[in-house]
Design a protein around this ligand. Structure first.
Ligand code: 13P
Length: 394
């Protein structure tokens, strides 16, 4: 009985393939007729090949992502750390310094921008997206609208931004963006509740489908926050649950796995746990999670740094790349690439060169870690200082 109905379903789904029922024009979604179920629909239409190419280019050997997509409020915190006011000229000066670093493209394959930067030009009048393109760096864009409290949960949050996302994404594509980022969070000390995990996974999946439909490779980022005193085993347990739901809903939304990138947290003990874990232990747990939950069709895993020190984040990445992986395992760091740069810059024009040198040092170290060839020998003491902030908002 079961196999007979399965055969019937298979027959009807292959009919759907044969009928070529989905619309191939840019930006239009596939449409199913009222109550038929199809198992073969792909939502990204004619962007599929381009999405796969984009994802491959970001996930290219020895390269990773520079994340500078801080909202204006968070950018203000970065600037305040060196005594600067949160003004547009100051944000521009800082981001221009980062993106115009000579030789950056050797180590950096993509840059995640905040909307302000995507539409900005340098003080010499060159569009930021062109600065990136010239270095073979793919421009990306943060598309989520941030976290707000999730009613009915245990003091948890959900991520806003789906309303109007399709039209915004189409505009970002026109402006030169080729990938997108949506960061939602899961808190271990708050539960996490089944509701919060489901909401995070569903939101990421809807965003991913909409991004692909508009030519943007979605970076899927359910950040499992470092906050808490839990063990590394507890983090693994929660991460497995989160990623199983994320992939369930990605599949339900017909997201093309070859055209996405992931941005997970590494599997570590909570920041306030009594014992620290070594890079080898973090690599062992994190790779266990990835092997159990991430299909090899996914081209790239681009980790966030989450408050680890610059050197810690690099050492952990290196430990994961000592043996070959089915995916490109790399970085998409904000704090762990920017900390030394800010300290070197201090907002002074005469320090721009030194700050760019600091960025190149970090970018090269992470490039080596992507290839499993990094050693922390000779690293500055500053780069070893943790950046964890309890209850950090991005
Ligand atoms: P961090 O590397 O600072 O955790 O940044 C995470 C992020 O989502 C940036 O895009």
């Amino acid at each position: 009985m079961a196999s007979a109905s399965l055969m019937k379903l298979n027959a009807s789904s292959s009919q759907w393939i044969g009928q070529n029922s989905f619309n191939q024009s840019h930006g239009s979604s596939s449409r199913l007729s009222s109550n038929r179920v199809s198992f073969s629909i792909r939502a990204s239409g004619s962007y599929t090949d381009e999405l796969i190419q984009t994802a491959k280019s970001v996930a290219s050997p020895g390269r990773g992502i520079l994340a500078i997509d801080e909202s204006s409020a968070t950018a203000g915190k970065r600037l305040a750390s060196i005594g600067l006011d949160n003004t547009e000229p100051n944000r521009l000066a800082y981001r221009q310094l980062l993106l115009t670093t000579p030789g950056l493209g050797e180590y950096i394959s993509g840059a995640i921008l905040f909307e302000e930067t995507l539409y900005q030009s340098t003080t010499d009048g060159k569009k930021m997206v062109d600065v990136l393109r010239e270095q073979n760096i793919m421009p990306g864009i943060k598309v989520d609208k941030g976290l707000v409290p999730l009613p009915g949960s245990n003091n948890e949050s959900w991520c806003q931004g789906l309303d109007g996302l399709a039209s915004r994404s189409a505009e970002y594509y026109k402006q030169g963006a080729r990938f997108a980022k949506w960061r939602t969070v899961v808190s271990i000390p708050c539960g996490p509740s089944a509701l919060a995990v489901k909401e995070a996974a569903w939101g990421l999946a809807r965003y991913a489908a909409i991004s692909q439909d508009n030519g943007l490779v979605p970076i899927v980022e359910p950040e499992i926050l470092l906050d808490g005193d839990h063990s590394i085993d507890r983090t693994l347990e929660v991460a497995e649950k989160v990623w199983s739901e994320v992939f369930f809903y990605l599949a339900e939304n017909n997201v093309v796995f070859e055209g996405i990138l992931l941005k997970p947290s590494m599997v570590t003990p909570g920041a306030e746990h009594k014992e620290k874990a070594s890079p080898d232990t973090i690599a062992e747990y994190t790779l266990k999670l990835l092997r159990r939950r991430v299909p090899p069709a996914v081209p790239g895993i681009m980790f966030l740094s989450g408050g680890q020190s610059e050197v810690e984040a690099t050492l952990n990445l290196n430990a994961m790349n000592k043996t070959p992986n089915p995916w490109h395992v790399s970085f998409s760091y904000a704090r762990a690439l920017q900390n030394s740069v800010l300290k070197a810059w201090q907002g002074l024009p005469e320090n721009v060169e030194a700050a760019q040198k600091a960025l190149l040092i970090r970018a090269k170290a992470n490039s080596l870690a992507q290839l499993g060839r990094y050693s922390a020998e000779g690293e500055a003491e500053d780069a070893k200082q943790g950046m964890f902030v309890k209850g950090y908002t991005y």
